[in-house]
Design a protein around this ligand. Sequence first.
Ligand code: ZN
Length: 241
Amino acid sequence: MRVAVISDIHANEHALAAVLEEIDALAPDAIWCLGDVVGYGPAPSRCCEVVSERADLCLIGNHDLVALGSLDAADFNEEAAEAALWTRAHLDERSRAFLSALQPSGKADGAALFHASPRDPVWEYVLSAETAYFSLLATEAPLVLVGHSHVALAIGLDGDELHGGLAPAGTERALDGRWLLNPGSVGQPRDGDARAAWLELDTDDRVARFHRVAYPIERTQGDMRAAGLPEPLAARLAQGI
Ligand code: ZN
């Protein structure tokens, strides 16, 4: 089975469109989304509409939960909280219904999926060897897929030893043994590459390929400024931080 894995779209419809165009050229069997469809960006309802139509499986993320009012925006920094309250006010009913039906973890075709981590599917960031190790220890599936940190990762566990790490554009990994993979973020990458990220998985041939695709960042920034969203959230998109 060939799967396209996307995560952390964050209401960036131009990044989502660019990623889906590349995914469509590959014609995978399924699209899985690891959550945070909304939050930060200017097009929450549009992104919910597209993901609900295109993704075969979708998780809910912490930003989606805050947008629904199921989590308190007080847990966010000032700019994220301001954007979350804006999202809450602008999310249409159809999008609320779509997000409300989702869970922060799931299973599919030999993979365990979590928005954040197996130990805490909503909040824990997997960014260290320790959290990666405990994430793999807490699960049994050969593949553990996480989002949330907006940093593309491929970390393997061989016996008791970890290997791998950051997974920049073009990274390809043979998936022998067990692996924790983070596709990176579609709509707000934070690994220094401003391009939209997605992950191609071949669960038969056991290969992971990490992709990045350019999108018109200035259009998303323009939409954010027009919506009155915090300027630093628009500025950071160009840096990929
Ligand atoms: Zn996120």
